[in-house]
Design a protein around this ligand. Structure first.
Ligand SMILES: NC(=O)c1ccc[n+]([C@@H]2O[C@H](COP(=O)([O-])OP(=O)(O)OC[C@H]3O[C@@H](n4cnc5c(N)ncnc54)[C@H](O)[C@@H]3O)[C@@H](O)[C@H]2O)c1
Length: 354
């Protein structure tokens, strides 16, 4: 039996991690921790979890095989490091940490403890991602030189006034929260790491007109006491140049007068791809190429995949079989470098050079 402890009993653990872990044979959610006692008791009862803690340092001392970290962003690095040091494998929610320094500390701990450390990036398990990644790896796209990643919300600030909009606990706004998904997804598909120059900008135009965006789901918020304060940006964008001259343009917003949804583009010398919102079935992924001199589009058949279940299943398989997780050290560090670079560049009004 693989015994798992959960840190953070909020939206993502109630919607994705706990129910999916409980679907897998040979896995037991043994312990849960949350500083919010009302939520802790509610979730432990709802999912029949035997051990409850309000202090995560006590949970990681329990007899567990692994810990799933679903707490506010600022705790991810310290909780991951301490959990691995006390002998636990770790599945850590995105963003993996707030700074590049923390990212290196996490991977130093992986090396020292030989524990599995996986980042929770469910979009890696989408049918669209799997197909495009395979085609890229097979050389179908040729040389990839330009990427676009976009995740825009018109009025969708998550957990307005909770830790999500607290600068210290969240580390940033939409780039840290949702931009991270798209950056990871397009870089993973394209196989790009090693950002060299990052230029970014942030905007705070909706502070006084902020509207709660519906995440976390209302029924998962028991006992939360939002302050209503909005201390992070509502839109940010970044321009990134990689080691061999490739470029990524990324934008993320929680509020703005714009279209909504997520999108990505890949430009290669032999083919390109448009990655529209995977939830928009009218607008599927499209590959732009040339067949015998004729410009042509391919719309691949994409399997529908329960990405949260696949993510958890992969983590459990890594533990059982001693496999390396899908998220690699250099990939995670590249994503953290880009996000830290965007915020630092925006603050200092100059590019960040790695
Ligand atoms: N992968 C995804 O698709 C996805 C989606 C949503 C959220 N997330 C990530 O998951 C994490 C949690 O987000 P959420 O939406 O569940 O937020 P949430 O606010 O619903 O839950 C976070 C919980 O952590 C608790 N908490 C705060 N400090 C703590 C501490 N020191 N120790 C233990 N618990 C503590 C809070 O009381 C709260 O119940 C965030 O890092 C977020 O970025 C990922």
């Amino acid at each position: 039996m693989i015994k798992i402890g959960i840190i953070g009993a909020g939206g993502i653990s109630q919607v994705a991690h706990i129910p999916n872990l409980q679907k897998i044979e040979g896995v037991k959610v043994e312990a849960i921790c949350d500083i919010n006692k009302e939520k802790l008791n509610y979730v432990a009862d709802k999912f029949n979890i035997p051990k409850k803690f309000t202090n995560w340092e006590e949970l990681i001392e329990e007899n567990l095989d692994a810990v799933v970290i679903c707490s506010p962003n600022a705790y991810h690095a310290i909780q991951s490091i301490k959990a691995m040091e006390s002998g636990k494998h770790v599945l850590c929610e995105k963003p993996i940490c707030l700074t590049v320094e923390e990212a290196y500390q996490i991977f130093d701990t992986v090396e020292k403890t030989k524990k599995i450390f996986m980042g929770a990036f469910p979009r890696r398990f989408l049918g669209e991602t799997i197909i495009l990644k395979k085609l890229v790896d097979d050389g179908f796209f040729g040389e990839i030189y330009y990427l676009k990643a976009s995740y825009l919300r018109r009025r969708g600030i998550p957990g307005l006034g909770t830790w999500f909009t607290n600068k210290k606990l969240a580390g940033g706004g939409p780039m840290m929260d949702i931009g991270v998904h798209m950056i990871d997804m397009v870089l993973y598909i394209a196989g790009l790491t090693e950002p060299k120059i990052v230029y970014g900008a942030t905007f705070e135009k909706f502070k006084d007109k902020a509207i709660d965006g519906g995440w976390p789901p209302v029924d998962t918020r028991k006992g939360d006491k939002p302050t209503g304060k909005m201390e992070v940006e509502d839109l940010s964008c970044g321009f990134v140049k990689f080691k061999n001259g490739e470029v990524l343009f990324v934008e993320a917003s929680w509020a703005g007068n714009s279209e909504t949804g997520l999108k990505g583009s890949i430009f290669g010398t032999k083919a390109g791809a448009q990655l529209p919102d995977p939830l928009d079935s009218k607008n599927p992924v499209r590959i732009y190429t040339e067949t015998n001199g004729v410009l042509s589009d391919i719309i691949p058949e994409v399997p529908k995949i329960d990405v949260y279940f696949e993510e958890i299943k992969h983590f459990v398989e890594c533990i059982k079989e001693g496999k390396d997780p899908i998220t690699k050290k250099e990939e995670i560090i590249s994503v953290v470098k880009i996000i830290e670079g965007i915020y630092k560049s925006a603050e200092n009004n100059e590019p960040v050079i790695y």
